[in-house]
Design a protein around this ligand. Structure first.
Ligand code: ASC
Length: 130
């Protein structure tokens, strides 16, 4: 039903698409699935950090849980924990940008692992599989 549509759903999906489109290639380079390219990696890491500086929590605020969504109801019943997990992600992508700037591949791989765990821990708890 049209009236059930949640405008912020489109906002947050667009946001996480950008996060994935910038994080994905970094992960692929770290795993050796894509040729390593320092310059591109830095661009992805910079854009990811820019996304991390945005307050995406407002797209999950009170009253934004209408409609059919893979965002679980627990987001709205555990706002404090959910926001803490978003802050984890923001810290992790900031650290990844610092690592990318250093060019140290070991540090980049470690920071990528930490960031990936942050994505996953939130998905495990708050994103429905279907
Ligand atoms: C990605 C992506 C995720 C995370 C996650 C990391 O590239 O789209 O959701 O990494 O798979 O564990």
């Amino acid at each position: 039903h049209l009236n059930d549509k949640e405008p912020m759903q489109s906002y947050r999906q667009s946001y996480f698409t950008l996060v994935a489109m910038n994080f994905g290639p970094i992960g692929s380079m770290v795993k050796g699935e894509m040729p390593w390219d320092d310059a591109r990696l830095k661009l992805f890491a910079n854009d990811l950090a820019t996304l991390g500086s945005m307050d995406v929590s407002r797209a999950f605020g009170p009253g934004t849980d209408k409609g059919t969504t893979r965002a679980k109801p627990e987001i709205w019943s555990n706002q404090e924990d959910f926001r803490a997990k978003l802050e984890d992600m923001q810290g992790a992508v900031a650290a990844l940008q610092v690592a990318a700037e250093s060019g140290d591949r070991k540090a980049i791989a470690e920071a990528t692992g930490v960031a990936g765990k942050s994505c996953k821990s939130c998905h495990d708890e708050y994103k429905s599989k279907d």
